[in-house]
Design a protein around this ligand. Structure first.
Ligand SMILES: Nc1ncnc2c1ncn2[C@@H]1O[C@H](COP(=O)(O)OP(=O)(O)OP(=O)(O)O)[C@@H](O)[C@H]1O
Ligand SMILES: [Mg+2]
Length: 261
């Protein structure tokens, strides 16, 4: 898929389930682990049928939002959470690196830790985040909206010199999201936003980084789709955060509708 110049708010890719034989073997694609579970639905939506085998456990939807530094992930994550809450959905808005001591170490340590050390630190933080925040929220039926997750690792750690297969393997036991949103934009748009907001990390300060990240997120979207993850790619070049949030909410609603059909 080549770079797009026009906003594209409705591109949903659904390639089903994880296949054996991918780099690093089988990862946890959540909907394959869903026997005896169904998702929490917003008020007014029909309840999902129970999966074969029965059971009455409600599980929330796990949505992640990734994309190049400065593209607008945090702004969009907040807008998505607000949009869902206003529809009556219980939402846990969270982010990676997480707000745990390990996550703070990673967030504040981008100048200190690089390559494999950073890849391990980010993966370790992800496992703590899953155990302490994400899985408990999902188990209560809360929809989790996470600012940065696996796609960011597959881009930043790889740009930092770690093999993608190694990053993938480090994340072998991490749950894959039900919906991985990748927000992208034209390089010049990202550079302009970064200039007016200011860079957050060494990645964002490196010359030519925005173009490299744009390309790497497109490749990562393809990689995740091939691994069975449902990916929604959105172009934020000319779209407001609210428009993007609405497109994400539409995709989430489609998942609920599809699940309850
Ligand atoms: N769709 C948009 N249109 C115009 N400006 C935007 C849009 N989305 C975000 N912005 C602005 O761009 C800047 C970067 O947004 P934000 O901090 O959300 O990016 P980010 O992807 O979370 O960055 P980082 O990777 O550094 O966390 C902010 O000043 C924000 O207000
Ligand atoms: Mg951010």
């Amino acid at each position: 898929m080549g770079p797009r110049s026009e906003p594209d708010l409705r591109q949903l890719h659904d390639v089903g389930r994880v296949r054996e034989g991918l780099p690093g073997g089988r990862h946890r694609v959540r909907r394959t682990d869903r026997r005896r579970r169904h998702r929490a639905v917003p008020r007014g939506a029909r309840a999902l049928p129970h999966a074969p085998g029965g059971g009455d456990v409600v599980t929330g939807l796990f949505v992640t939002i990734d994309g190049p530094g400065g593209v607008g992930k945090s702004t969009v994550t907040t807008a998505v959470a607000a949009e869902l809450r206003s529809a009556g959905v219980a939402v846990c808005q969270t982010r990676e690196p997480s707000d745990t001591p390990l996550g703070r170490l990673a967030r504040q340590g981008t100048e200190t830790y690089r390559g494999m050390a950073m890849a391990c630190l980010i993966a370790a933080d992800r496992y703590v985040h899953l155990d302490e925040v994400i899985r408990p929220a999902l188990a209560q039926g809360t929809t989790v909206v996470c600012d940065r997750y696996i796609a960011s690792s597959l881009v930043l750690q790889v740009l930092d010199g770690v093999d993608r297969d190694v990053v993938w393997e480090l994340n072998r036991h991490a749950d894959m999201p039900d919906l991985a949103v990748i927000v992208n934009a034209r390089t010049e748009v990202i550079e302009k936003r970064l200039t007016s907001r200011g860079a957050h990390s060494r990645y964002e300060r490196e010359p030519g980084n925005a173009a490299r990240e744009c390309t790497a997120y497109r490749e990562t979207a393809r990689f995740l789709m091939a691994a069975g993850v449902r990916v929604l790619q959105l172009d934020a070049s000319a779209a407001s955060p609210d428009e993007i949030a609405r497109a994400v909410a539409v995709a989430i609603q489609e998942l609920w509708t599809r699940g309850s059909a």
